[in-house]
Design a binder for this molecule. Structure first.
Ligand code: ZN
Length: 264
């Protein structure tokens, strides 16, 4: 019998936090939901046993809050003359598969992760990418998740690094940061600089051109071996959306046990 260890690759969706687009959650607990029900019925709240009322939550939630999935449609309306896929159209077969992770946490925030960086890290772990591998990038930004400006502290994948992975047959990638590219704010700051004009969200666009999907704000990569695990990351099915929340996990095979039945 095979034994597996599950590693949670997901960060929680939190109320507020230092994000560019923080989630707004309204928690109606058992007591205040009982009060709301009494108000609706026109009776005194004391007439309602609040403990018997189910609590619930309302949220105003960006589809890219917390650990989430970017479908190609997020970045491009069409590619090669065809409409790109929205998140509800992503084939489920694309959402799980053999995973590998690469440590790019030595790259400074706001800098480029290049194809050479990827090749160097692959050499360090003596791994050759196969088609359909799920490639996850560690920048270290997830350690600051929820803190002020945590959206602005990752190194980002360039167009050529993204295309390098696409050329190997990779169709799902991930990063432990808010953005596959350099942080949006830093990109905007450098839009006026001649050498970076036309490069806004170049990694996202390159992925979308090739039909690749992206996981953002994943975590816990350190808890995994660099390869030899399976990633599962199924996006919530939101009609016509470019992105949606995902519970991403990795499963690592621990050991193989052989049960021997006694014939006596
Ligand atoms: Zn996103």
């Amino acid at each position: 019998m095979k034994e597996y260890r599950i590693i949670d690759l997901s960060l929680p969706i939190i109320n507020g936090g230092g994000f560019a687009r923080p989630a707004k959650m309204r928690y109606l607990d058992h007591r205040n939901r009982g009060g709301a029900l009494a108000e609706r019925l026109g009776i005194d709240p004391s007439e309602i046993n609040y403990r018997a009322n189910a609590m619930e939550e309302f949220s105003f939630l960006h589809t890219h809050a917390g650990t989430h999935f970017d479908a190609p449609y997020h970045s491009l309306e069409t590619s090669q003359g065809k409409p790109t896929l929205t998140v509800d159209q992503i084939p489920l077969e694309w959402c799980f598969g053999p995973g590998i992770w690469l440590d790019l946490s030595h790259k400074k925030p706001g800098t480029d992760i290049t194809a050479e960086d990827i090749e160097r890290e692959l050499k360090k772990i003596a791994y050759t990418i196969s088609p359909e591998d799920i490639v996850l990038i560690k920048t270290g930004a997830a350690d600051y998740y929820g803190r002020e400006s945590c959206d602005n502290i990752n190194a980002g994948m360039t167009r050529e690094a993204t295309l390098w992975l696409a050329d190997k047959g990779v169709r799902l990638v991930g990063i432990d940061a808010c953005c596959w590219d350099r942080p949006p704010k830093l990109q905007m700051d450098s839009l006026t600089k001649h050498q970076r004009r036309g490069r806004y969200m170049e990694g996202h666009r390159a992925a979308a051109e090739r039909g690749m999907c992206i996981l953002e704000w994943i975590t816990n990569l350190d808890a995994l071996p660099h390869y030899g695990f399976t990633v599962y990351a199924f996006p919530v099915k939101i009609e016509r959306a470019g992105g949606s929340w995902v519970r991403a996990v990795a499963m690592v095979e621990e050991k193989q046990q052989f049960s021997v039945k006694s014939g006596l």
